[in-house]
Design a protein around this ligand. Structure first.
Ligand code: C2E
Ligand code: CA
Ligand code: CA
Length: 738
């Protein structure tokens, strides 16, 4: 080998050669480590936009979406439900059925035979997922093979996908190895197109996602007529709601459920198997060219060493792929899934409900700044735990098991931190947040994440800051059945009682009435959430006795309070299910008569529902009740279906603004607009307005300024037993106050 100096003397163009060598080395580095992926991906996205075209229609998607979860129940679903879906799809003439997620069915599940039968009925045309899950530590994998009973009647598909650092799945494997079997991806199983071991093909995202025939799982479970459109098609069933199942970033679409990626991949193969030249093809071409130009014997050595280094780097970054949020760079829920695989810590979910609204109002570059501020606040209040970011304003973290006992204080503190608006690019943004906790480490991280989110949603619906997931709800059906069995007796033996929450007249400053709220203090379980047992009673047609009980007590109390010439209105909640019930009107008349209360002093609060707003019969029923002289209030106004037309037809005397709008009144401009316009609208229709959920005096003042007629909430008084109400009225009477 010659000394460098001599060689350099012989070859005059030295800077040119160094430049070339470095170009090759960096090209190799970029290629292997994926540094150029973002640029490459951007070009691909642009190319796809130009080539956009519709799907063939052979593949339809059935989504377990938000609607399905609301109407049918939270995912994961029961075996029986999967069986129903297969039966109904089979009846509708679906060609083949593919499940995009592993079904968790236990060997001793009583509904297993029904599921097996349903699959048998499809003659081997049902395919279920057999996947692997990476363990948190080490290179091992957990294999998820379905039960042998199911394997004998169904085909297997693999739904594992590899994503890049931006959570984009550009490629779909033809097959993957699970245990000792090679299992095709859904795309490969649908089309019969196969590749060699470990080979994948690029997914053609120029196929319009919107052109895929889509059905909500609700349609399938409820067997609606629209299922006819599935005749002869291949159906992929997957999750399609935030917080459940896998989601990937799809170029040009944003975060999308994995079922859509599976369907587009299948459509790609239907359109003809594509070929791909990786980054290494142009690289090799460049390398050969450069080698020819340099004609130097040592170049391959240098390149070999650099190549080895780059490969190591590539292996290292591999694990981090798909683990960060594409906008903020924050670790995402995939990262939480692998980090929390075997954790014994508590899991907290936070959701900013107006996140989408806030983010769209900002210039796109500022979204990262918004997330940074949110994460900073969360970290400040959660004791420094690492925060993971999901889609649509969802954040999660794991909390040390020891902190679970004072989780309430911590989350109340966090709520307080979020009360002041965020300042992003000079703009003040109100953030409305709620928290949900899963404290049961005995389950899979995926199921715990769903529970924490569910608790978070429940907290928000109830206007609370936070809630802990209640595992007894897991056996919801059993508990409901046994609870309902106890309810009748509980009413008779006094466990079910009525609390009264005072209402303030904003004009006179006097307490003008109360709302009756049912309570059940169970001897062993303690207080039971009224919404839970009321919903159960409604679903199983047991609401009549409960209503009768509450109405009787409320009217009895009202009669007492009106006895000495004072005016005190009593509001009672009426389940919409009772509207149109033959016994309702006689029950009201008899109760008023029994206690001698003038009908005008009774307010019936009814939440509007879709069914009610469209049915003329229901309106007639309400007019009928009104004709007794009592008052009618539209409860939870703003969350339901009230169209202007409904408001005009409904014979209500009062609108009760839902507490979700009242909660943020001082800080949220949009809520102020909503409340203001509701007040105007109600007054123009000759109706009064009550604001519920008033918790602070600033809100109360603002409501008074806006012309709201009445207010109710913790600030004025909590729901209380009759005896406490008497004391309360005593100390709040104008005589006392003066
Ligand atoms: P609702 O009619 O909207 O009742 C008001 C709910 O808000 C009550 O919850 C009350 O405790 C709570 N609340 C009152 N002030 C505040 C406040 O300042 N802040 C917050 N965050 N919450 C406040 P509760 O008692 O849990 O009742 C829940 C729901 O159950 C009621 O919502 C109503 O829809 C239903 N319900 C209660 N009693 C009956 C009943 O006797 N019959 C029927 N059909 N439904 C009932
Ligand atoms: Ca109410
Ligand atoms: Ca309400």
């Amino acid at each position: 080998m010659q000394p460098l100096a001599t060689r350099n003397r012989r070859k005059p163009a030295r800077p040119m050669r160094i430049l070339l060598i470095w170009s090759i080395v960096s090209a190799l580095l970029f290629g292997l480590a994926g540094f150029a992926d973002p640029i490459d991906d951007m070009f691909r996205a642009i190319r796809n936009k130009a080539r956009e075209h519709n799907a063939s229609g052979q593949v339809a998607v059935v989504g377990i979406d938000t609607l399905a979860q609301q109407e049918i129940g939270n995912w994961p679903w029961s075996t029986q439900r999967y069986a129903t879906m297969i039966e109904n799809l089979s009846q509708a003439g679906a060609r083949r059925i593919f499940f995009d997620f592993p079904m968790n069915v236990a060997q001793n599940d009583p509904d297993l035979p029904r599921l097996v039968n349903a699959m048998k009925g499809m003659n081997g045309h049902v395919h279920i997922a057999a996947n692997f899950a990476p363990e948190a530590a080490g290179d091992t994998q957990t294999q998820v093979l379905p039960l042998p009973e199911l394997r004998s009647v169904a085909g297997l598909v693999n739904t594992n996908i590899r994503t890049n650092g931006f959570n984009v799945a550009w490629n779909m494997p033809y097959s993957n190895t699970v245990g000792d079997r090679t299992i095709p991806s859904i795309a490969s199983a649908i089309t019969g197109v196969t590749g060699s071991e470990g080979q994948s093909f690029p997914i053609d995202y120029s196929i319009r996602m919107r052109s895929l025939p889509y059905f909500s799982a609700t349609d399938v479970v409820e067997n609606t007529a629209s299922l006819d459109q599935l005749r002869g098609r291949d159906v992929i069933i997957g999750t399609n709601a935030t917080g459940i199942g896998n989601r990937y970033a799809v170029p040009g679409h944003g975060p999308s459920a994995s079922v859509f990626v599976a369907a587009i991949a299948a459509e790609t193969l239907i359109g003809g198997a594509p070929t791909t030249y990786g980054w290494w093809v142009p690289f090799l071409v460049a390398l050969v060219t450069c080698a020819l130009m340099l004609r130097v014997s040592r170049t391959p050595l240098v390149l070999g060493a650099m190549g080895h280094y780059a490969w190591k780097l590539h292996r290292q970054t591999f694990d981090e792929r798909g683990m960060v949020n594409e906008v903020s760079g924050q670790p995402n829920l995939n990262a939480l899934r692998s980090a929390g695989h075997a954790t014994h810590e508590g899991l907290v979910a936070a959701r900013i409900h107006n996140y989408a609204e806030a983010a769209t109002a900002l210039p796109s570059a500022a979204e990262k700044e918004l997330v940074d501020q949110i994460v900073m606040r969360l970290t400040l209040g959660n004791g420094g735990c690492k925060v993971y970011q999901g889609d649509e304003g969802i954040f999660m973290w794991m909390m040390p098991a020891a902190s679970i006992n004072n989780v309430g204080d911590q989350l109340a503190g966090l709520s307080a931190i979020f009360r002041s608006p965020a300042n992003v690019s000079g703009r003040l943004i109100d953030l409305s947040i709620a928290f949900g906790v899963d404290a049961d480490p005995g389950r899979t991280i995926q199921s715990r994440m769903s529970s924490a989110l569910l608790a978070c949603q429940e907290a928000q619906n109830a206007g609370e800051h936070w809630r802990v997931y209640d595992p007894t709800k897991l056996e919801a059906t059993e508990w409901r059945v046994s609870m309902l069995g106890e309810l009748d007796a509980a009413i008779d033996n006094g466990e079910v009682w009525v609390a009264f929450q005072p209402k303030l007249d904003l004009l006179s400053g006097e307490i003008c009435g109360a709302e009756a709220l049912v309570r059940w203090t169970h001897p062993e379980k303690g207080p039971i959430n009224p919404e839970e047992f009321i919903t159960a009673a409604e679903r199983h047609d047991r609401i009549e006795k409960l209503t009768d009980h509450v109405l009787n007590r409320a009217v009895q109390v009202a009669a007492k309070l009106n006895a000495n010439g004072q005016r005190f209105d009593m509001a009672v909640n009426l389940s919409p299910r009772l509207i149109g019930h033959a016994n309702l009107k006689p029950m009201v008349i008899q109760t008023l008569r029994r206690h001698g209360l003038p009908a005008e002093r009774l307010i019936l609060e009814i939440t509007e529902t879709a069914a009610m707003s469209s049915a003329e019969a229901a309106m007639q029923e309400l007019r009928d009740l009104r004709s007794l002289g009592l008052q009618l209030s539209i409860d939870d106004y703003g969350t339901g279906f009230s169209t202007l037309d409904y408001l005009k037809r409904c014979p209500a005397t009062e609108l009760k603004i839902d507490r979700s709008f009242v909660k943020m009144l001082v800080t949220s401009r949009s809520d102020r607009i909503m409340v203001n316009s509701t007040i105007e609208l109600a007054h123009s229709l000759g109706e009064e307005v009550v604001a519920e959920g008033v918790e602070d005096s600033e809100t109360l003042q603002l409501l008074a300024q806006m012309g709201c007629d009445k207010a109710q909430g913790y600030l004025i008084g909590r729901p209380m037993p009759f005896e406490a109400l008497i004391d309360y009225l005593e100390s709040h009477s104008p005589a006392k106050a003066a």
